[in-house]
Ligand binder design. Structure first.
Ligand code: PMP
Ligand code: GLN
Length: 383
């Protein structure tokens, strides 16, 4: 393994999911739903397969039906108009979108400012692109993990090429507010930065929280690469269908990298996701409401088991602090938890450069059936 990747090892998701299987534990580690998405979307994939749509290489930018549907979704939900031919790119999940964006937009040595804790592929993708990551740590404040705008501003230097944003934020569940996003946008304009914004949990925001795409803020549309994922929005994580929306120059750049990573992927699934994106608003509302109920079940269960719970405003993850349980090392806690309780979780420390700062935090996924969450809570209460 070369020096760029040596520090990364095996992803925590693979390690923890393997542990779940080996111990027969309830897996609240890796974020994947235990119930597939809508039946009609699955049927659409079967039809595409049977009709021979997408069984051979689809077009490099993605099938026109899906690009059109992505553009229509951005317009309908957010009032953002993108040209399906020049401003939309289909990718092999959001993971490839992130990697291709960074590979396309960074010069070696460029600095990337990213929120910490960060989704684990960010650090590896920045490294593969020869960039340098500069984390800005979200810190607990009044029950949520908050972005300190002064710290963000201070992290930007003359070598900063881009900001890598994520809202709703994995693993903390923070949803950046209008005021925070406005400040991020103003900074990007002032310092002439590109922004890659990972909005894969755009449909999972709860209570009063609202998802506001960064690209809707003044001066941002032309400098923002926005990333979405059918894995998250329609609960088909195995299909690996994601997308990028951005100005033509940026999409062309990302496509240049993408064509040499996978060229294309997920042929028949692209047609199915095109249909999924045209589901009525009631689908998205039901999806969100179902997850809100599960969030509440797990949040109460974890609180009852003695964890400090940061009730998430978005995503399908709950970050907890384990110190009230008399624990402080999240990695050791998560490695022992399957044996102790028959539950798997993920230590947030692996999403930090500053492992010490992340040490007491542990993430639980709640994209699971209600009875599974109740059983997990029951097991954790016996800890
Ligand atoms: N970004 C974030 C914040 C995620 O949580 C995930 C999924 N775990 C991804 C990107 C990757 O999405 P996909 O499965 O579409 O590659
Ligand atoms: N995004 C998922 C999570 O955060 C995992 C995706 C993966 O396994 N790469 O849990």
């Amino acid at each position: 393994l070369n020096r760029r990747l040596a520090e990364f090892g095996t992803t925590i998701f693979a390690e923890m999911s393997a542990l779940a299987v080996a111990t027969g534990s309830i897996n609240l580690g890796q974020g994947f739903p235990d119930t597939d998405g809508p039946e009609e979307v699955r049927e659409a994939a079967v039809r595409a397969l049977r009709d021979g749509r997408g069984n051979q290489y689809p077009p490099g930018p993605g099938v026109p039906e899906l690009r059109t549907a992505v553009a229509a979704h951005q317009l309908r939900r957010y009032g953002l108009a993108y040209d399906p031919d020049t401003e939309v790119l289909v990718t092999a999940g959001a993971t490839e979108a992130i990697a291709a964006s960074l590979l396309a937009l960074l010069e070696p040595g460029d600095e990337v400012v990213a929120l910490e804790p960060y989704y684990d592929s960010y650090a590896a993708s920045i490294a593969m692109a020869g960039g340098r990551r500069v984390p800005v740590t979200l810190r607990p404040d009044g029950g949520r993990f908050r972005l300190d705008l002064d710290e963000l501003r201070a992290a930007v230097t003359d070598r900063t090429r881009l900001l890598l944003l994520n809202t709703p934020h994995n693993p903390t569940g923070t949803v950046l507010t209008r005021a925070e996003l406005a400040a991020v946008a103003a900074l990007a304009v002032e310092r002439d930065l590109l922004v890659v914004t990972d909005e894969v949990y755009e449909h999972l925001v709860f209570d009063e929280a609202e998802h506001l795409p960064l690209a809707t803020f003044p001066g941002m549309r032309e400098r923002t690469v926005t990333i979405g994922s059918a894995g998250k929005t329609f609960s088909f994580t195995g299909w690996k269908v994601g997308w990028v929306t951005a100005a033509p120059g940026l999409v062309t750049a990302v496509r240049s990298a993408k064509q040499f990573l996978t060229y294309v992927a997920s042929g028949p699934f692209q047609y199915a996701v095109a249909e999924a994106l045209t589901l009525p608003d009631s689908y998205f509302e039901g999806f969100r409401e179902g997850m809100r109920v599960r969030r509440d079940i797990l949040a109460e269960g974890l609180t009852g088991a003695g964890f400090e719970v940061f009730r998430p405003a978005g995503t399908y993850f709950i970050t907890t602090d384990i110190r009230p349980l008399g624990e402080k090392d999240g990695l050791a806690f998560c490695r022992a938890l399957p044996e102790r309780a028959g539950v798997v979780a993920v230590p947030n420390a692996v999403f930090y450069d500053d492992r010490e700062a992340g040490s007491p935090f542990v993430r639980f996924a709640f994209c699971k059936r209600e009875e599974v969450l109740r059983e997990a809570a029951e097991r954790l209460r016996r800890l």
